[in-house]
Design a protein around this ligand. Structure first.
Ligand code: SF4
Length: 383
């Protein structure tokens, strides 16, 4: 029997019922006898990952709680503690950098790289144009990720094209939560065709941790595998690492595995104080000397933004971020605080730049974008 024969067979449409998870068929019940799930077949032999809800091979992700618990809150992390799963490395498929990627990384020959994460409330092209336009000329690139409260975004290549039209170099982002390997390959091809310079490759938060718990997770790949895939696109490849997430002493080696897979840049989240950051940088550079290290600097202008950051990173919001909110002009104080924090990070030997991470409360995206532009300009960004 061929697939074409199956498709052409007469079918009786099912009556429509209520939408959503309650109607979704599960497991073998939705597959004909003898047909097994390809993803399940591929995942079954992976040692030790059955207890990871993201089926990661190169874990742990950055969402591990400080007590070693999984980010989903219902189990211990499969990669922390006795009997933890062993990580794997993957072969490098690096091709030479295309001109946009070489130009972006070439900024580092003269000065630190200044990147800003574009705040976004969702798939609104007008908001995207407005916030990107504010950043133009003040930062070297706008990182286009999602957020726990705004999972749905415009498709990466379209988003990057709209941002580039406003005069800002887009730094696209892909996660393994929402797309399988085929879709990710297509997105990488689209980004390369659109002339995008860089792509940030992350495993992605589990859907249960954000505003769309109704979504089925994919996790066909993890961040290391995606970085290896992206290294064949001609784009500069960045990855994330969280030095303070357990097991903290293994984080440099994990960053180095991502570099071995093809990452050019690691963006460091919630590293702790300068001493902890410096120790991570020294250890990482010893293992992966060519890996450029950017440090994430949070910028929060309101209590609503701080609440969002605290919900995402419980207990990890720096005290001076919260203290700035008590100032007569919280936005100006947040800008001053971010400039000072970025300066301290850039003073750490081996740090190649900063990623200004603006967290907006509802409706605050334009204000936060303006604050990011202010900080970026002060730090000398804009290429
Ligand atoms: S914390 Fe991350 S790596 Fe660990 S089990 Fe949970 S999803 Fe997997």
């Amino acid at each position: 029997m061929t697939i074409a024969t199956d498709i052409s067979a007469p079918r009786t449409p099912e009556p429509l019922g209520p939408a959503g998870p309650a109607r979704r068929p599960t497991g073998a019940a939705c597959r004909p006898a003898g047909i097994r799930s390809g993803a399940a077949e591929r995942r079954a032999p992976r040692p030790g990952v059955a207890d990871c809800p993201k089926t990661m091979v190169d874990g742990p992700c950055g969402g591990v709680r400080s007590d070693g618990g999984c980010e989903t809150g219902d189990r211990p992390c499969a990669f922390v503690g006795p009997g933890a799963a062993a990580p794997r490395t993957r072969p490098v498929g690096r091709v030479p950098l295309a001109a946009p990627a070489a130009a972006l990384l070439g900024v580092l020959d003269a000065r630190p790289l200044i990147v800003a994460e574009l705040p976004s409330s969702g798939p609104d092209p007008d908001e995207l144009r407005r916030t990107a336009g504010v950043l133009a000329g003040h930062v070297d690139a706008a990182l286009l990720g999602d957020a726990p409260w705004a999972r749905v975004q415009l498709p990466p290549a379209l988003r990057a094209t709209l941002v580039a039209a406003e005069g800002v170099r887009p730094w696209a982002s892909l996660n393994c939560r929402d797309r399988n390997r085929v879709a990710l390959e297509g997105e990488l091809a689209g980004l390369a065709a659109a002339g995008v310079a860089a792509v940030h490759c992350v495993t992605g938060d589990h859907p249960l941790t954000g505003g769309r718990p109704d979504a089925l997770p994919v996790f066909d790949l993890d961040a290391v595998a995606l970085a290896a895939l992206a290294a064949g696109s001609g784009l500069a490849v960045s990855v994330a690492e969280s030095p303070s997430a357990p097991p903290a002493d293994e984080r440099p080696a994990r960053a180095a595995r991502k570099a071995a897979a093809g990452a050019d840049v690691v963006i460091v989240n919630h590293a702790g104080d300068e001493d902890a950051l410096g120790a991570f940088v020294v250890a990482t550079r010893a293992l992966a000397p060519a890996l450029r290290i950017l440090v994430s600097v949070p910028l929060v202008c309101s209590t609503a933004g701080a609440r969002r950051l605290e919900a995402f990173l419980p207990g990890a919001v720096p005290a001076d971020v919260l203290a700035a909110l008590d100032a007569p002009d919280p936005t100006a104080a947040a800008v001053d605080r971010a400039i000072a924090a970025a300066g301290r990070a850039l003073a750490v030997d081996g740090v190649a730049g900063v990623d200004l991470s603006g967290v907006a409360g509802p409706g605050e995206e334009p204000v936060v974008a303006a604050a990011l532009a202010w900080v970026g300009a002060d730090l000398g960004g804009g290429s």
